[in-house]
Design a protein around this ligand. Structure first.
Ligand SMILES: Cc1ncc(COP(=O)(O)O)c(C=O)c1O
Length: 396
């Protein structure tokens, strides 16, 4: 794969490229500027050539391919009847709020976080409880109690963002019903370690919360770490967990609208499904063709993609360290998103200032963290270099 090859997206009804006029480089919404794996494109071409685009049913062959993907990458062997099809992951967040909290009851999440986590509870008339993630100035020393609590190997985590478990316990009211958990985390780029996931599971079990684990970024680990599906942690975890997944981030298919929930607990599955009854479109023929090809044949492409993304992550981290001394970046363990603390630069509206300088980033305020910016580095290296050099002028 040649990820350096630019593909013109402006004028292709692209949300990312066509929202900002002029020549602003869009490093905001989370899709990639790369073509999907060749087997996906071939499967779509074949489906287009068929010419008949009627109602679809998800074929067993897709369920097999998806199951094989989860088994091979995570050792997770799922039952087909645990699956609930979704047009995308976000409706799964909304359905969780609607299904498991009554009106005015609370749903908790840790900020900063992907904006729909903050929007779903109020959309559904539920109360949002947010708890800010903790930032350690210094990584915990090897062998310290804090390090031991967050790593499986005794090595401190590469980044300093931590789950605020004590604050979550303090903020949890008797009417809190669910936790929306982002795993790996957008925008912090953290891969939650097994011990951290276990602590989240215990937190939810002790308080009777449903744990909605959004694992859409789980295939995009840049560091040699392990993604631990929340539901796989233990039987107790599986009983309370709704896992949301999709091939859309991994294989760059968000415009095709396909995602799914994995819900081993039949009662949770019934309530979750009922919350979307009559509202959700069934997966379309292109989504089905692409998802199956991606899961079945996308592996080699994904390996090359991750290599390229690692290079881009290194470039961003090095550039920020060397050229933007007032900006703080934390190491990106997973996702193609870097989280920048630009508060020390002192701009009243940093997102708008970057757009004026020719780069569109995501504004941290939308994630619950004003003064931060999120940079999507899933673009060609040349685009990234140009964008960084424009940012030097405004954040340097
Ligand atoms: C954590 C997370 N969940 C969900 C989504 C969106 O998923 P979908 O397009 O399937 O609704 C994103 C997209 O950036 C995301 O980062």
């Amino acid at each position: 794969m040649d990820f350096d090859q630019p593909i013109r997206r402006r004028g292709s009804a692209s949300f990312k490229w066509d929202l900002y006029p002029g020549d602003a480089l869009p490093l905001w919404v989370a899709d990639m500027d790369f073509a999907s794996p060749p087997p996906v494109v071939a499967a779509l071409e074949a489906r287009v050539a068929h010419g008949v685009y009627g109602y679809c049913v998800v074929p067993d062959s897709l369920i097999d391919a998806l199951g094989a993907h989860l088994a091979a990458r995570y050792g997770w062997s799922i039952e087909p009847n645990w699956l609930v099809w979704l047009p995308s992951v976000v409706p799964g967040l909304e359905m969780t709020c609607r299904a498991f909290a009554a009106e005015c009851e609370a749903v908790m999440t840790v900020t900063p976080v992907y904006p729909p986590f903050l929007e779903a509870p109020p959309h559904q008339g539920r109360r949002l409880v947010t708890v800010p993630a903790l930032f350690d100035e210094e990584p915990a020393p090897v062998g310290s109690q804090k390090a031991a609590s967050v790593t499986s190997t005794g090595v401190p985590p590469a980044t300093c963002w931590r789950l605020p478990l004590e604050d979550m316990a303090a903020a949890c009211t008797p009417d809190t019903r669910a936790l929306l958990f982002c795993h790996p985390h957008n925008p912090l780029g953290r891969v939650w370690r097994r011990e951290e996931v276990a602590a989240v599971v215990s937190f939810c079990r002790e308080r009777g919360l449903v744990l909605c684990s959004d694992e859409i970024h789980c295939d995009l680990l840049l560091d040699p770490l392990e993604h631990v599906p929340t539901a796989l942690l233990s039987d107790e975890a599986a009983e309370i967990t709704i896992t949301l997944m999709s091939p859309s981030k991994t294989f760059n298919l968000p415009g095709l609208n396909f995602a799914f929930a994995v819900i081993p607990n039949a009662e949770l599955r019934r309530r979750f499904t009922a919350a979307g009854e009559g509202l959700l479109p069934f997966p379309g023929c292109f989504a089905i063709a692409a998802a199956e090809a991606a899961y079945r044949e996308g592996g080699p492409w994904l390996a090359e993609l991750l290599e390229y993304l690692r290079g881009n992550a290194e470039l961003v981290e090095r550039f920020v360290r060397d050229e933007l001394p007032r900006v703080r970046i934390t190491h990106v363990e997973a996702t193609y998103l870097a989280w920048l603390d630009v508060r020390a630069v002192g701009l009243p509206d940093p997102g708008a200032a970057c757009v004026r300088a020719g780069v569109a980033l995501s504004d941290g305020a939308d994630f619950g963290a004003p003064g931060f910016l999120r940079l999507n580095f899933a673009c060609t290296r040349a685009t990234l270099e140009e964008a960084l050099s424009r940012l030097r002028g405004v954040l340097g």
